[in-house]
Design a protein around this ligand. Structure first.
Ligand SMILES: Cc1cc2nc3c(=O)[nH]c(=O)nc-3n(C[C@H](O)[C@H](O)[C@H](O)COP(=O)(O)OP(=O)(O)OC[C@H]3O[C@@H](n4cnc5c(N)ncnc54)[C@H](O)[C@@H]3O)c2cc1C
Ligand code: SF4
Length: 594
């Protein structure tokens, strides 16, 4: 097979999809290698199936933890044939969600798309903990605007501290809040001083302006304008009736497979090879990356493919794994790992939940509240000033996500009704179901953790390999008091909100945050492992995601994250990947990477 690619991109999710799209529209010949199978949401998404069409009414099972119709194929909390371990002295088992499919986890993510703010890029300068990013929010702002406009994000500009506004006209209008959301907003704003604003989700509330955006996003680039115009024309606005986690055949929500890969393929500059499990980046005698080895999962053969430049975008931990497995005389500890920081400073989001019931919502007239598959309002972190004055016993903030209302009933909807209805059955049980339907509410915290030396992954010293013979990862983890104290604060806050709404709390409220904190990895926002920085002794890549040691190796996924702000990471992953891709194009145009 002749290799005439400029760039190999490993992975096809948020990071790989964005990288391949930007490179391809600029005329770069890209080969994308994806470990999972081919996947097309337009034909495969079970969008209109009812819970009654699924076994056990679609309830979670070990092989389908997010329900029978969830879009994830060949993945989940475990991937058959691809094990990993957690060290015995870790605080808890590391949970690692992987999706082995074209588009990766973007096929079923929650689409919550929040910008990191000015404080989030310089956390060390503010409180002396963790590290600063090598760039500022102001450096990143244009790429946030571009990413939001490209993928389509709804939300509002509220001018709140460290919750940046988008440029005028970038955000799509948010959908109207629902009753339980308005009730929570009233309590939060009137009694608890917690701002409650429109959520930001990567879902189209109206058709994208396919005449305006292609020209604004890619001035002077007719190829980019042509493919993007076509792609935007093919996307419809949401009709608010089907669960986004199954995927969206009308392309209203963001999936790499509907928004990035089709226009990238339409350029003629992208080739995608699925079922290609990359195991190693190869280098020449000078230390330059020459290509990658991958296992063709269909033939089980080890193949090699060459290119001028390699981009790793396999998701944070997989990227660290590939780097650590890429050993050579020049790189005995793994490619680009002279600093010893590959695999280090893994971070997840700090999470905990409290749920309850709001009697004021009983016996609502029949109506449906499906909408964006997620919240229409959320609460950004409000305690920056208190933290600055030293009034809180944790350093970083969290935002609140919450759910409730009268969506299409699922297998979970009437869980617990037996207890609430005092053992009613027959006609009375039906009346109780109507009375309680829509009264449940749940609040989840999404907080920032401080990177620490005890949270990392390494190649399993036991010599374990996966079914392709590739050495596997071992995870190590320790929460600090910053995270557990933050969790206690979340627990108390959520109780106060539910009680403020006149509700009853149904879950135990923990005064010890360590008892309430989600497991490491469980929030599925894992980042770090190849952090960026200006100092090659303390970081792996520079601000353009370029390896300090191997200039034609880039890491555009969450592995390069220096901190993990409370803002869900994927919008930032894509903005950073776009900026890095622009840099690659710029460098190529100046004759680099030949
Ligand atoms: C249920 C759920 C809800 C979520 N909700 C949100 C949310 O609301 N907001 C948010 O910001 N984030 C959310 N996330 C997280 C979000 O999905 C990830 O941050 C994002 O997908 C990361 O992008 P990525 O490209 O790094 O990785 P992925 O999207 O996982 O893509 C990586 C791809 O690389 C492939 N790959 C891995 N290893 C190899 C290899 N060795 N060779 C070749 N290919 C390989 C994988 O198969 C995969 O397709 C959610 C995740 C889940 C699971
Ligand atoms: S709710 Fe909207 S965006 Fe989500 S799957 Fe349904 S149509 Fe698509």
């Amino acid at each position: 097979m002749k290799d005439d690619y400029d760039v190999i991109v490993v992975g096809s999710g948020a990071a790989g999809g964005m990288t391949a799209f930007i490179l391809a529209v600029h005329g770069v010949k890209v080969l994308m290698l994806e470990a999972g199978r081919d996947y097309d949401p337009v034909t495969e998404t079970p969008m209109f199936q009812l819970p009654s069409d699924a076994p056990l009414r679609g309830i979670s099972t070990p092989d389908k933890p997010f329900g029978f119709f969830d879009a994830t194929v060949d993945g989940g909390w475990t991937v058959p044939g691809e094990p990993y371990t957690t060290s015995d002295d870790a605080d808890d088992e590391f949970m690692w969600w992987r999706a082995r499919m074209l588009g990766g986890r973007t096929n079923h993510w929650g689409r919550i798309s929040l910008r990191m703010g000015p404080y989030d890029y310089k956390p060390y300068s503010r409180d002396g903990l963790g590290f600063d990013w090598p760039m500022t929010y102001e450096d990143m702002a244009p790429w946030y605007d571009k990413t939001e406009a490209l993928i389509g994000v709804f939300g509002s500009n509220d001018g709140l501290e460290n919750t940046p506004n988008s440029s005028p006209g970038v955000l799509q209008p948010p959908p109207a809040p629902r009753v339980h959301e308005l009730m929570a907003q009233k309590v939060c704003q009137d009694e608890l001083n917690i701002p409650t604003i429109a959520s930001h989700l990567a879902i189209l509330t109206e058709k994208q302006d396919y005449e305006k955006w292609p020209k604004e996003l890619f001035p002077g680039n007719p190829l980019a304008q042509k493919v993007l115009r076509q792609s935007m024309m093919e996307r419809a606005a949401c009709f608010w009736a089907t669960p986004c986690g199954r995927g969206c055949s009308i392309k209203a929500n963001f999936q790499s497979t509907t928004v990035l890969l089709p226009p990238a393929l339409a350029t003629g500059n992208l080739t995608i090879r699925t079922d290609a499990m990359v195991r190693e980046v190869t280098t020449d005698a000078t230390g330059k990356a020459t290509g990658v080895h991958y296992i063709d999962k269909r033939t089980r053969k080890d193949e090699h493919v060459s290119a001028k430049l390699v981009v790793l975008a396999a998701s944070a931990c997989e990227t660290a794994r590939i780097m650590l497995n890429s050993k050579s005389t020049l790189f005995p500890e793994g490619i680009g790992n002279g600093s010893g920081k590959v695999g280090k400073y893994l971070m997840d989001t700090v999470g905990t939940w409290v749920s309850g019931r709001i009697p004021a919502l009983e016996n609502m007239p029949p109506h449906n509240q499906d909408g964006a598959s997620g919240m229409h309002l959320y609460m950004p972190w409000w305690g920056y000033q208190q933290q600055e004055k030293g009034q809180l016993d944790f350093a970083r903030g969290y935002h609140i996500e919450f759910g409730g209302g009268r969506g299409m009933p699922s297998a979970w909807t009437f869980a617990g009704l037996g207890g609430q209805s005092g053992g009613a059955y027959g006609q009375r049980f039906k009346e109780e179901a109507r009375r309680h339907y829509g009264t449940g509410i749940g609040f989840g915290g999404r907080g920032e953790m401080i990177p620490n030396e005890d949270c990392y992954c390494e190649i399993d010293p036991s010599g374990a390999v996966d079914e392709y013979g590739i050495p596997t990862l071992k995870f190590h983890w320790k929460w600090s008091e910053h995270e557990t104290n933050q969790c206690r604060h979340m627990q108390h806050t959520f109780r106060d909100i539910i009680e403020g709404m006149g509700g009853e709390v149904h879950t135990e409220i923990h005064d010890d945050g360590a008892k309430a904190i989600a497991k490491p990895g469980e929030i599925i926002h894992e980042v770090g492992g190849a952090i960026m920085g200006d100092n090659p002794d303390r970081s792996v890549v520079n601000q353009y995601c370029q390896s300090h040691e191997v200039p034609n190796l880039f890491v555009t996924d969450g592995a390069c994250f220096v901190s993990n702000a409370d803002k869900n990471p994927t919008l930032s992953i894509m903005a950073i990947a776009w900026r890095a891709s622009d840099y690659i194009v710029e460098q190529m145009n100046q004759g680099a990477f030949t």
